[in-house]
Each structure stands twice: as C-alpha cells, then as structure tokens.
Design a protein around this ligand. Structure first.
Ligand code: SAM
Length: 443
C-alpha cells in the first residue's frame, strides 16, 4: 500500500511518497529498518481484560507486545511509568513477565489494578447475583454515596442518580477488595453513558444541540459486566499457567523511586525493560475527561479537580506569573521553537517547556531503574502547537542521550482505530501516526 506523505518525514525519502507496510503484527526487530512505517492489520485489540473501560489515548496491545517479545524474557520486570489503563502490564503478564506501572490518575490506577488481577469468574458471577438481589430488595435512595456536586441534576437525571446510588452503595459493601474493585471499575465504566453528557467526546460536557437520553443504569451495568466477565474469564484461564503478576503504584512518572518496591516484590532492584506512551502536550486533560467518574467514585470533589490537573505532564494548568518569563531548555532547536511560540503565546511556550522538563525527569528516573543494555521504548506522536510541528520524538532522543541512552531504532505505525483512541489534536490537526523509539541504556 502506498499513501501520500504529508512531506514531513523527509529523512526517510527524497520524494513525497511514503510507503506504508501492511502487517498483522509488527515484524521481528531485526527486520525493521529505521523510518519504516507500518499499518498493523490485526483486529484483535480487546482480548483478555483489554476490553475493560474506555481510556483516552490507549495504545493497541500489539504495540507493547512487540517490545515485550523483542526485548525481554520470561520472569523479567517490565515498567510503564505512564500506565494509563494498564495495557503494558496486561501484556507483560500474559507473556509471563512481571509488570509494574505508575499513574497519577486514580481512575487509571483502579482500572489497571482490576485488569491485572485475575479473579475466578465464578466468584464474580455469584457476587453479581448477590448485588442485584440486594439492590432490588432495597428501593431506598442512598444519599450518602451521591456526590456533593451542587449542580448534579444538570449532569444526571433523577432516575440515574437513584439507581447509581444504589449500585454504588451495595458495591461498597463487597468485602473482598479485588472483587469490590472489579465492580467499582465496571461502575466507573457506565457513568458517562448513564449521564446527560456527551459520550464520544473527551471532555465532559452536555451538548445543547444533540441531547441524548442517558442509558438505563441496570441495562448498562449488565452489558458491561457481561463483557468484562468474558474478558476476565479469558485472562484468568491464561494466567492459570503463569506465575507473573503486576503492581500498580501511585506516583509521578517524573520523579519516582521503585527500588524498595522491586526488592520487596521480586527481590531485585532493577527493571529489564520500560515501555510507555507519554501524554501529549495539551491534548488530553484527563481530569476533565473523568470529572463525573471522580465524583461518583469519591476521588475528588468538583472543586478539587483543578488542583489535581497540575500533577499531569502535558497539562495547561499554569498561572500567569509562571509563564511571564521565556524559558530555556538547553536544546538548540527546541529553544528556538520555544522562543518563536513565546512571541505569539507565552503560555503555550511554557506548557511545551514544562512538558519536556517532565519528560527529561522521567527519562532520568527510568535510567536509574533500568539494567545495563535494557531498553526504554517510547511511543509518541508529534504535536502541532500554533502551527508549529514539535518533533517530540527527535527531542526525546536527544534528551535521552543525556542519561546514557543511545537510539537503537526508530519507526512508526499508523493509528487507525479512532474508537479506541480519542483523536489527539493539539489544536493543529489529528495525529495519525505514532513513532516508536527504542533506546538502549549503554551504561
Ligand atoms: C497516553 S496515556 C497512556 C495510555 C496507556 N498506554 C494505555 O494503553 O492505556 C498517558 C498517561 O499518563 C498519565 N500521566 C500524566 N502525567 C503523569 C505523571 N506525571 N505521572 C504519571 N502518569 C502521568 C495520564 O494519567 C495517562 O494515563
């Protein structure tokens, strides 16, 4: 298949035509050349527990799977410092590697934990029957679990609030932590659909033009529970033969020390491989996506969400006095772009600067944990901010060299499933290609 190049990847070809290589799965590393572009045709992207919960900018399992198969062995430890919905950790376990991951988003940590905790499906079915009996036997509204959002009736109908409160109340009563979390994850997955907010958009908002009726809480829970039960059955059966497990840790990807956790869990201080897809600059405001879920799950009240936004790499939550001054990162091309952008919009320039500062600290933290010759595989697209294309992958490669990494390979794949990932538009168009950069830790 040949597609027209947008003219940006000039390193690859002198013409403006870029060849896209169709494949079911990415080929072995040795058969991949720098600047190859692949189109992954394999359609099975919801195997195991991957099916659970929608998550912005989730990557397809084939991506971490490729890195796991190429650069690690059974029993190894694989880190994802921006774990998101747990894709890397699930794949690590299925391939009999141990997974460890960090995320600042409590919803990400909940669903990653649920997706990497094998539970006997029989126990889940039995619990579901008990849950429904309890809810149906008690017609009372459960005020104590309804979020204290002043305008909650704007977001939810009375009927949705009534039914969600009963589900939440009885899920909270489940004694077994892992089973309770499975039901909380399922509960979280139905909240947007059972609200008045738009379902397909990233941001939580109510469309005045296309008002849709909220889904029925019982129907939606039933549908999701059965889907997730099927996914869990597959995962549970697969894991019966394996002795790997994963741990999800609360923490920030730009400053972490997992040494004690690694020693405690696996008797080792180093990880063997790191794989991640970091957030995009200003593209996804995760707290704005999960506003309703945070409130129903009791993570944050509405007024606390803005404060929480500051923890994210790529956020735009900064105060005017922070971005008054032009910042210098210490990278020639990046500093030139920061300066140009500063002239038009000083805040945007600061946001980009802070993104790279966060990524520099992330690469440093990963370098501290990775064994010699271990790989850090970073999956990243390029953002366009105010018509400036920021070659994030190239800048990250240069930054990684500061910490003893050397680029081993760089190639890309076309992002196809627009339902799996939300569009990543940094106000300058949809990013339709992700770069995979393979960095080797030389010392
Ligand atoms: C592109 S998503 C990762 C998606 C993941 N690969 C998946 O398949 O679900 C980036 C993640 O980085 C997280 N994140 C943003 N800033 C962070 C930080 N400072 N520390 C840890 N995680 C952070 C976000 O919450 C989000 O889950």
């Amino acid at each position: 298949m040949k597609v027209l190049n947008n003219g940006k990847d000039k390193e690859q070809t002198n013409s403006n035509v870029e060849e896209v290589i169709e494949c079911f799965n990415l080929p072995e590393n040795e058969f991949i050349k720098d600047y190859d572009t692949f189109s992954i045709m394999e359609k099975k992207v919801t195997d195991y527990t991957h099916i659970m919960h929608k998550y912005p900018s989730k990557y397809i399992p084939q991506v971490p799977r490729w890195a796991i198969e190429q650069f690690s062995n059974e029993g190894d430890i694989v880190l994802d410092p921006f774990l998101g919905s747990g894709t890397t950790a699930i794949e690590s376990m299925v391939y009999n590697r141990n997974g460890i991951g960090l995320d600042v988003n409590p919803i990400a940590r909940l669903i990653s934990k649920v997706k990497t905790t094998p539970i006997n499906p029989k126990l889940l079915s039995e619990q579901y029957s008990r849950l429904l009996i309890a809810i149906n036997n008690d017609p009372n509204l459960k005020e104590e679990v309804i979020p204290e959002t002043p305008n909650i009736s704007k977001w939810f109908t009375e009927e949705s609030i009534y039914n969600l409160s009963r589900f939440k109340f009885y899920i909270n009563q489940i004694e077994n932590d892992d089973i309770r979390d499975f039901f909380l994850g399922t509960f979280s997955a139905i909240i947007r659909k059972c609200s008045n907010a738009e379902y397909r958009s990233q941001k939580t908002y109510i469309s005045s033009r296309f008002r849709r009726p909220p889904a029925n809480v019982f129907d939606m829970f039933d549908r999701r529970f059965n889907q997730y039960l099927q996914g869990m059955t597959h995962f549970y059966n697969e894991m019966l033969e394996k002795d790997s497990f994963a741990r999800v840790v609360e923490g920030s990807a730009d400053n972490f020390d997992l040494t004690d956790t690694l020693s405690e869990l696996w008797g080792r201080e180093k990880i063997d491989l790191a794989i991640t897809s970091p957030p995009y600059v200003t593209a996804v405001e995760y707290p704005a996506v999960f506003k309703l879920e945070y409130q129903w799950l009791g993570y944050f009240a509405d007024k606390e969400i803005n404060e929480h936004r500051k923890n994210y790499i790529g956020t735009d939550r900064y105060y005017a006095d922070q971005y008054k001054q032009k910042q210098k990162f210490g990278h020639k091309e990046l500093d030139k772009q920061l300066e140009e952008i500063f002239k038009i919009n000083n805040k945007k320039s600061y946001i980009i600067y802070k993104f790279f500062e966060g990524m520099r600290n992330n690469i440093k933290s990963v370098a501290n944990h990775l064994k010699k010759n271990g790989k850090y595989v970073i999956v990243v697209g390029n953002n366009t901010v105010l018509n400036f294309e920021i070659p994030i992958n190239e800048y990250l490669i240069d930054i990684a060299e500061e910490f003893g990494f050397k680029l081993e390979k760089k190639f890309s794949y076309v992002i196809k499933d627009r339902h799996l990932v939300f569009p990543r538009n940094g106000r300058g168009g949809i990013i339709n290609k992700d770069w995979m950069i393979v960095l080797n830790k030389e010392d």
